[in-house]
Write a protein that binds this ligand. Structure first.
Ligand code: FAD
Length: 357
């Protein structure tokens, strides 16, 4: 086998990709000839390294330890982006994971011999199985509203946010009902001249977010992908837990929610009932979608617009698993997906001898 002929390619080295790498390592596959991880990031950390510097470790729901090496004690006041990047770097070293970086996968193609060609900006890898762990960060979702292109101010997405400083003295509309929306609203409201929070549906506040709520949320998302529907948002099913920060925002009036505006005009937003808000900035905290465009040549999508899944395996192609997709889109879900996928991939590799290249 040449160095670019492998049994398993993992695309992405975030939580899901590293978990898969760990279980492939444990299964005894040889680095480089047995498996590789191809990651487009500039360094370790997956999407965490891209998150805004004001997102402190204490401000995240909780980052589950990767299998086999704990994060350990970390300063809760440090940016999550830095802490996770350091942790993932140590993890890659500890298990000697063969991560190629930065390598961006452009597309994946069927070969006549039953293997897959993984085409990248650093050449092509040929593989018998594919573990896709590309997350969602590179695919921010921007809804479309009438007049959007006429807005004279700045529009940005959660993915572009770097901290509240640039909003000092400005009038800001924050769109979205998820955790990111309320966290960014809290920071911006401290410095902005005025804020207005709008969401499509009335937000549902939850008393707590415990294991039971987590299980229910995961089961609901799993039910969707099992019938080939797009996964949808986990917050859509869990609601927003009442944190101390949320209670403070509620008391100060910042958390007053407005329904979605009707249209955007050059200097603000307008509601159907004639209400208006003059704005310099619209911040779209409207979520992300799975990064899967590179898999398009494999034609995995079901008529429902999603990908029909059986656990982590794509129902119509046993060579392909999606990790961190749908019900496994959390740090704990990504861990479990890595283990489950590697167990199935080993069976697949054992059942069919490697083709002669
Ligand atoms: P990612 O971390 O996104 O890693 C994907 C990797 O794939 C990246 O390194 C990327 O560069 C690479 N990649 C993408 N496309 C390509 C390509 N074509 N070629 C090569 N490489 C590619 N979950 C929790 O459990 N707790 C939390 O507190 C929490 N907070 C969150 C806060 C925010 C703001 C967001 C958006 C999500 C949060 N989540 C949280 C969800 C959690 O981040 C993810 O479920 C999990 O970390 C994602 O891991 P992943 O490996 O699937 O993807």
């Amino acid at each position: 086998m040449s160095g670019r002929d492998v049994d398993v390619v993992v695309i992405g080295a975030g939580q899901a990709g590293l978990s898969a790498g760990y279980f492939l390592h444990r299964a005894g596959l040889a680095p480089e000839t047995g498996y590789v991880l191809l990651d487009g990031g500039a360094g370790p950390g997956g999407a965490w390294r891209e998150r805004w510097p004001t997102l402190r470790l204490s401000g995240v729901h909780g980052i589950h330890d990767l299998p086999g090496l704990a994060l350990g004690a970390a300063d809760p006041d440090r940016p999550a982006a830095e802490v996770v990047a350091e942790y993932f770097a140590a993890y890659e070293r500890e298990f000697g994971l063969p991560v190629h970086r930065p390598v961006n996968v452009d597309s994946v193609h069927d070969r006549p011999d039953g293997r897959l060609d993984v085409r990248t900006d650093a050449g092509t890898w040929t593989t018998r199985a594919l573990l896709n762990a590309t997350g969602t960060w590179r695919h921010p979702f921007w809804p479309v509203y009438p007049g959007q292109a006429t807005f004279a101010g700045r529009q940005l997405h959660t993915a572009d946010y770097r901290g509240p400083e640039e909003f000092a003295g400005r009038r800001v509309v924050v769109v979205g009902g998820g955790t990111s929306a309320v966290q960014l609203l809290a920071e911006i409201a401290e410095v902005a001249a005025a804020t207005r929070w709008v969401t499509r549906r009335p937000p549902v506040f939850a008393e707590e977010f415990g294991q039971e709520q987590g299980r229910v949320a995961v089961a609901q998302v799993e039910a969707r992908v099992r019938v080939g529907l797009p996964p949808g948002s986990v917050v859509g099913v869990t609601g927003l837990p009442w944190t101390p920060q949320l209670r403070r925002m509620h008391e100060s009036g910042v958390l007053r929610r407005f329904p979605m505006f009707d249209r955007i005009v050059p200097d603000g937003v307008v509601w159907a009932d004639g209400d208006t808000f003059a704005a310099d900035v619209i911040l779209w905290c409207t979520g992300f979608r799975a990064v899967l465009n590179h898999l398009a040549p494999l034609r995995l999508r079901a008529p429902g617009g999603g990908i029909l899944m059986d656990g982590t395996r794509v129902a119509v192609d046993e060579r392909v698993h999606l990790l961190g997709y749908g019900p496994s889109a959390s740090t704990i879900g990504a861990n479990r997906a890595g283990r489950a996928a590697v167990r199935e991939i080993r069976r697949l590799l054992d059942s069919a001898p490697a083709p002669v290249a």
